[in-house]
Design a protein around this ligand. Sequence first.
Ligand SMILES: [Fe+2]
Length: 134
Amino acid sequence: MAMQWNENLAVGVDVIDNQHKGIISRINNLLNAMSQGKGKDEVGKVLTFLADYVVKHFSAEEGLMKKHNFDGYAEQQAEHAKFIKDFSLLKNEFETRGVTSTLVLQTQRQLCDWLTNHITSKDKQIGAFIKKCA
Ligand SMILES: [Fe+2]
């Protein structure tokens, strides 16, 4: 089932929300490919795209947090670092062992779960904080 961006995932900062939508659309490309039995063709594209995109996205978020002296910065940065570490393990597996069904499933689950949890539990606090302090 495709991931839907909805108001529950809205951080309230356009640049961040648009980047989240960009990540979700890549996850959906993978989900769609998987439902057509083509997940193995898509997983490499998703991993390659996200490796760069996520670094840019995290630095945009971290820049915004610094600019507003957001008090949850360290916690956010720790979650971002953990994501990058877990993501590199996936990418490494892809590069060394090639594409397997397990890798496809694991990539989809890891991305979907992490993003939903991280946005709802952490990123939304940034938007709320900025609004409160504006
Ligand atoms: Fe974040």
